[in-house]
Ligand binder design. Structure first.
Ligand code: SAH
Length: 229
């Protein structure tokens, strides 16, 4: 199977590329795409750059241009749930765009006509993730991820996202990747390791824990690829 692995930032895919060792590089649409074989699969690995627009472009490119049959996202996120600490992993059951707002017309946050307020991730991949977590003895929480084009470092905005979106974690790419994969009928899986708590200390914590949390997520994704039949 042709499996795409994407992150938003170089740090999120560096551990995966290091693990692969050798790969072919193709430049396209302002990004670099790295191709190799691993675990009986053809992999296409890339980072999109930050935010919903770049991640949308990259997810669509992975599917349309490179023929990805499945998209796995690996990266870091801010915690919303009090049960998530720095370095913990969350797999998203569904994703919502917290900054998508046509509520003036009576619609809920995150919804536009002919879209979905919450996009559900692939249940089979989530089940595989739980098997992997058990096998390698790590804890994996699942929950709702809220995505928006904002770095959240504000308890008030975080509280709003928790209340309105029922989110457990937040970041800047997951829901846009989810929308692309959902409409293109490509199974997807969004994994994040916590880098900060989206509070006043978020930018300091982010800088301190980006690499270590990105590594936690990347290692897990490599195990996932090994497990996918
Ligand atoms: N430090 C970077 C910017 C990082 S933006 C720079 O200066 O270039 C944050 C990235 O990590 C995004 O890709 C997002 O998906 C994720 N993320 C982690 N914590 C987040 C938070 N509190 N709010 C929003 N996104 C967060």
């Amino acid at each position: 199977m042709k499996i795409a692995i994407m992150g938003a930032m170089p740090e999120e895919i560096a551990p995966i590329l290091e693990h692969m060792g050798e790969y072919a590089t193709t430049a396209y649409a302002g990004n670099k795409f790295y191709e190799c074989s691993y675990g009986g699969h053809d992999l296409i690995i890339t980072y999109s750059k930050i935010g919903k627009v770049f991640s949308t472009l990259t997810a669509a490119t992975l599917i349309e241009r490179f023929g990805a049959e499945m998209v796995l996202f690996s990266g870091v996120a801010g915690a919303v749930s009090d049960e998530l600490n720095i370095g913990d992993m969350i797999v998203s059951t569904s994703l919502i765009q917290h900054d998508l707002d046509i509520t003036a017309f009576g619609h809920p946050y995150g919804y536009v006509p002919e879209g979905k307020q919450y996009v559900e991730a692939d249940k089979k991949l989530i089940a595989i993730a739980h098997e992997v977590a058990k096998e390698i003895g790590v804890s994996l929480q699942e929950g709702i991820i809220a995505t928006g084009d904002q770095f959240i470092a504000d308890p008030e905005r975080k509280g709003w996202i928790r209340e309105v979106c029922n989110a457990d974690a937040l970041e800047m790419e997951g829901a846009s990747v989810a929308v692309v994969c959902d409409v293109m009928e490509v199974p997807f899986f969004i994994l994040r390791s916590i880098s900060d708590a989206a509070d006043m200390d978020a930018s300091f914590n982010f800088d301190e824990f980006l690499e270590s949390s990105a590594q936690v997520s990347a290692e897990f994704i490599i195990h996932m690829v090994e497990k996918i039949g």
